[in-house]
Design a binder for this molecule. Structure first.
Ligand SMILES: *Cc1c(COP(=O)(O)O)cnc(C)c1O
Length: 370
């Protein structure tokens, strides 16, 4: 491949557009260095790291507007571990899932395969469209992604069913970048390597009193491995700790990003920033002769994960490769989706002007790749 050099005045100031891990702001990395001889390398059972965990819990509750009585719980293993933890510790007998992409599908598969649960009720929709949960008999957990990262489809967040059942929302790639009413959810969980611009390896969940009661009931009624036992996670989180050793640098970067978002105006501000980036990307794609937003329904287009299809005159794979050669990275589509597409992270850490610059870089390359 011959590299097409993009003129430097077209390039974004920061070329990281990945959907997780995503752009880390330099100030966050600076804070890791600043705490390099005090907090890093010290016990997670002592004050410096515990107060960091406390800061994360408070920052999450403030940013997302946790209702009275809701708790912030965290543990190791990322959102993927949380699926297994929820399978063991939250579902009583049977779950219903909305599956409209890889991530929703993985959680649905986890509960469906659990030998101690009934077969899951899975509502599917083709890639690029939305599936929603609907009240049904015998369901005690309704689960759906707030944002399906593999396709760039965003879902409304509403409670499903009445009484008894829990609404469990995978907000891994959107928590902190879209307004949400957590009173509509019992569990709103995510990981820090997307909107919160930190590293992976943790899961964080905002849980309702009903979810806490369910965790206590279910974990008392069957064998649950400690690592997947949410009762232990709740008890540790109340003491500003995790069951086992966390990555301290991840907590530092996470706390920094939470402060940055909260100090700049909180959820409204961060959601506005992602929405501005999304408007730039989708308006550009709609006006383009070769690109179209993959998600046909404008209301379902994600404000944080933009997917753009190209017609056959453009090889999107070559486009992503050329961008990468120019330092503009991670615009490749989700690997299993198999489309002629670019996927663009538009998290609050990413400057909307950099998204605009990215579109100019794509136009520049399309003219020359042709
Ligand atoms: C990235 C992602 C996950 C997986 O997160 P890990 O922390 O890597 O396990 C799960 N769900 C959604 C919606 C995601 O975007």
């Amino acid at each position: 491949m011959e590299t097409i050099a993009i003129p430097t005045d077209l390039l974004p100031a920061d070329g990281r557009f990945g959907c997780g891990p995503s752009k880390v702001r330099p100030a966050q990395a600076d804070m890791v260095a600043a705490l390099g001889q005090t907090v890093l390398g010290t016990s997670h059972r002592q004050a410096p790291v515990r107060s960091l965990v406390g800061r994360v819990k408070e920052g999450v509750a403030a940013l997302l507007g946790a209702p009275e009585g809701y708790e912030v719980v965290l543990g190791n293993g990322g959102s993927t571990a949380f699926w297994d933890a929820a399978t063991f510790s939250l579902v009583r007998e049977r779950a219903q899932h909305a599956d409209f992409g890889e991530f929703g599908h993985k959680f649905a598969t986890a509960t469906d395969r659990a030998p101690f649960l009934g077969a899951s009720d899975i509502r599917t929709a083709p890639g690029g469209t939305l599936a929603v949960c609907e009240p049904a008999d015998g369901i005690d957990v309704y689960a759906y992604p707030h944002n399906e990262t593999s396709t760039g489809v965003v879902s409304p967040v509403t409670r499903i069913g009445d009484g008894g059942a829990l609404t469990v929302v995978d907000a891994t790639s959107i928590a902190g970048a879209r307004e949400v009413d957590l009173a509509q959810t019992d569990v709103y969980y995510f990981a820090p390597q997307k909107v919160l611009a930190s590293d992976g390896g943790l899961w964080i969940a905002v849980v309702s009193p009903a979810a806490v009661a369910r965790i206590e009931e279910v974990t008392a009624s069957r064998w649950v491995p400690d690592f997947l036992n949410l009762q232990l996670a709740v008890e540790n989180s109340r003491k500003d700790q995790t069951l086992n050793t966390p990555a301290v640098a991840t907590l530092v970067m996470l706390a920094e990003q939470l402060d940055w978002l909260n100090e700049n105006g909180g959820l409204g501000w961060s959601a506005g920033r992602s929405a501005r980036s999304a408007a730039v990307l989708y308006e550009w794609a709609e006006a383009s002769e070769v690109a179209t937003p993959f998600v046909a329904e404008p209301a379902h287009r994600s404000p944080v994960v933009g997917t753009v299809d190209f017609d056959e005159s453009v090889d999107a794979k070559a486009l992503a490769a050329q961008l990468r050669e120019n330092g503009v990275v991670d615009t490749e589509p989700y690997r299993k989706l198999g489309r002629n597409q670019l996927r663009v992270g538009m998290f609050p850490a990413i400057d909307p002007e950099d998204v605009r610059a990215l579109t100019a870089c794509v136009d520049h390359l399309v003219e020359r790749l042709g």
